[in-house]
Design a protein. Structure first.
Ligand SMILES: [Zn+2]
Length: 207
């Protein structure tokens, strides 16, 4: 694993300290499972939700809505199963260094449809305008401390990353998009099993 990847898997402490308002890990010392890019592939989302139900787990699903029909089907599946839904921008284009108005539209046009105020910008890239919008809209910007690279479709690599980087307060990222179709269930099974064997708890989102 090269230097760049290591810094993406877990953003360096200096970055975490620089952006205190951004969530990189869970202060409640429980593992948070997050799933990005949902909203385009409801049948895959359903498989993920079934797996979570089997283990009685909750995850935060960050959604885009390129296709409004598929988006609403996905939201329905997640709400029915009491999963957490959150904003990942209207579509998946980067908002980093884009004009304030562009960013606001990407965020707001996708808003008000979720049962949480978590927000994750596409690719995890944000700037001072993004932070301003989050403050104004009372959105909680959530990044991660365990980026699993599941979309590379190399299940052994993702397993290695999980085994090396998982901590009891990790915010872990997986992807519910077409790239991960063949491996998402297997890698999630591994992740859940590994976390439980370590004796770590999953966040239940109860107050
Ligand atoms: Zn994404």
């Amino acid at each position: 694993m090269n230097f760049l990847r290591k810094n993406i898997i877990t953003p360096p402490l200096i970055v975490q300290k620089l952006f205190r308002g951004v969530m990189f890990k869970n202060k409640r010392n429980k593992v948070i499972l997050t799933i990005d890019d949902s909203g385009n592939n409801p049948s895959q989302t359903l498989k993920i939700v079934d797996l979570l139900q089997k283990h009685r787990l909750k995850a935060i699903f960050f959604l885009n809505q390129d296709n409004s029909l598929k988006f609403s089907q996905t939201i329905k599946i997640l709400n029915k199963n009491s999963q957490i839904t959150a904003n990942h921008c209207l579509n998946h284009s980067s908002i980093f260094l884009k004009k304030y108005s562009y960013q606001e539209n990407q965020i707001l046009a996708n808003g008000n449809k979720f049962n949480s105020n978590y927000f994750r910008p596409p690719y995890g890239r944000f700037d001072h305008n993004t932070l301003k919008i989050c403050t104004k809209q009372k959105l909680k910007l959530m990044l991660w401390s365990l980026f699993t690279y599941d979309f590379l479709k190399d299940i052994e690599l993702s397993k290695k990353i999980i085994a090396n980087y998982l901590k009891r307060d990790s915010i872990a990222v997986f992807h519910d998009n077409f790239k991960t179709e063949k491996i998402i269930i297997d890698i999630l099974e591994y992740f859940i099993d590994f976390t439980q064997k370590k004796g770590y708890e999953f966040e239940d989102f109860k107050t």
